[in-house]
Ligand binder design. Structure first.
Ligand code: AMP
Ligand code: ZN
Length: 114
């Protein structure tokens, strides 16, 4: 996708601070961290959002969650816990229309549902 910032990051056209990479995902540090640990797991396939996950692309979502477990251990937040967030669409607060999962941790997070 030509104008997608996360595709550009995956293709190394835009720099990022990567902490993990495999065939399916790239995990980078969020540029505007909302917690001591704030990472983004980007699928290497351009999928706009959770709304279009189906049997043709769900492997990427599954692999993203496999990566979450590895990345949390690597970041040292697996014991105390963390939050995995996906924002979908405008009401969900999604600003980058490329499927990604936020990993937030490193402190006790407030419960905010709305
Ligand atoms: P969302 O609002 O769920 O779509 O999340 C998008 C996230 O991407 C935000 O937390 C931004 O801070 C983050 N972000 C945007 N541009 C970059 C970038 N170039 N490198 C790292 N994180 C970014
Ligand atoms: Zn993209």
């Amino acid at each position: 996708m030509e104008d997608c910032i996360f595709c550009k990051i995956i293709n190394k056209e835009i720099p990022s601070e990567a902490v993990y990479e495999d065939d399916y995902v790239l995990c980078i540090k969020d540029i505007n961290p909302m917690a001591p640990v704030h990472l983004l797991v980007l699928t290497k396939k351009h999928i706009c959002c959770a709304n279009v996950i189906d049997e043709t692309n769900s492997l990427y979502a599954a692999k993203a969650f496999e990566a979450v477990a590895k990345i949390a251990k690597q970041a040292g937040i697996d014991k105390n816990g963390y939050r995995v967030v996906n924002n979908c669409g405008d009401d969900g607060g999604q600003t980058v229309k490329h499927l990604h999962f936020h990993i937030l941790g490193g402190k006790k997070l407030p419960i905010e549902m709305a």
